[in-house]
Design a protein around this ligand. Structure first.
Ligand SMILES: [Zn+2]
Ligand SMILES: [Zn+2]
Length: 211
């Protein structure tokens, strides 16, 4: 995770003030219609923060969005099949409603994750009844920014905006620790004097998404 360039401004005391923490380690995510429910249980998310890239902004129809990534899930990011066992992320209701979102010219750099040098997999997954994007189900490719190993590494993202709890109820490890793709931000970065790291670009020079 030190393989990036940052705009600086990191201040843990300021960040703790803006993003206070609590004691919960378990969250429930629900879509607008309530058909889909996801449970997240973890001591240590992979990372938590905000993305400003154009693809995420367009996908979520929002000026930025908040994400929480975990490593293990009962939803296979490659096949979309449900797996048995204990995972950090569990789809507890409405699996049959979930669909992968199609990509295309709205995301000009990587119209398909098959050609994305960082990540592969099914990508954004939404509820077919109410259209809320509930997950991003991907794997990091070996040697990419999020994966130093030689095997694919699964990463599944959920969105705190869909949680039934407030983020301040969760432990410190769940609190946001970075902004990514800040070079694409449409909101003024000076408005985010929140003490978190602001990633502006990726060390390998390959854009993460359309910016
Ligand atoms: Zn729904
Ligand atoms: Zn993004």
């Amino acid at each position: 995770m030190d393989n990036y360039k940052t705009g600086g401004g990191v201040d843990p005391i300021l960040a703790a003030k803006f993003y206070p923490s609590g004691t919960k380690r378990e969250a429930t995510s629900i879509c607008l219609c309530g058909a889909v429910e996801i449970r997240i249980v973890t001591e240590s998310p992979l990372f938590s923060g905000f993305c400003h890239c154009k693809a995420c902004r367009r996908a979520h129809s929002a000026p930025l969005y908040q994400m929480l990534f975990v490593e293990t899930s009962n939803f296979c990011p490659k096949t979309g099949r449900l797996r048995k066992g204990e995972y950090e992320l569990t789809i507890t209701k409405g699996y049959e409603k979930l669909r992968p979102a199609k990509m295309g010219i709205g995301n000009p750099n990587f119209q398909s994750l098959d050609v994305n040098p960082h990540i592969g997999g099914l990508g954004r997954i939404f509820c077919k009844d109410c259209s809320v994007i509930m997950m991003t189900a991907v794997f990091a490719r070996p040697g990419s920014v999020f994966n130093n190993g030689d095997q694919d590494k699964e990463m599944v993202c959920v969105f705190p905006s869909t949680f039934t709890e407030n983020m301040s109820e969760f432990i410190q490890a769940w609190q946001p620790n970075l902004h990514v793709n800040c070079g694409s931000a449409i909101l003024p970065l000076s408005a985010f004097n929140d003490g978190l790291a602001k990633w502006t670009e990726w060390a390998d020079g390959v854009p993460w998404a359309d910016d």
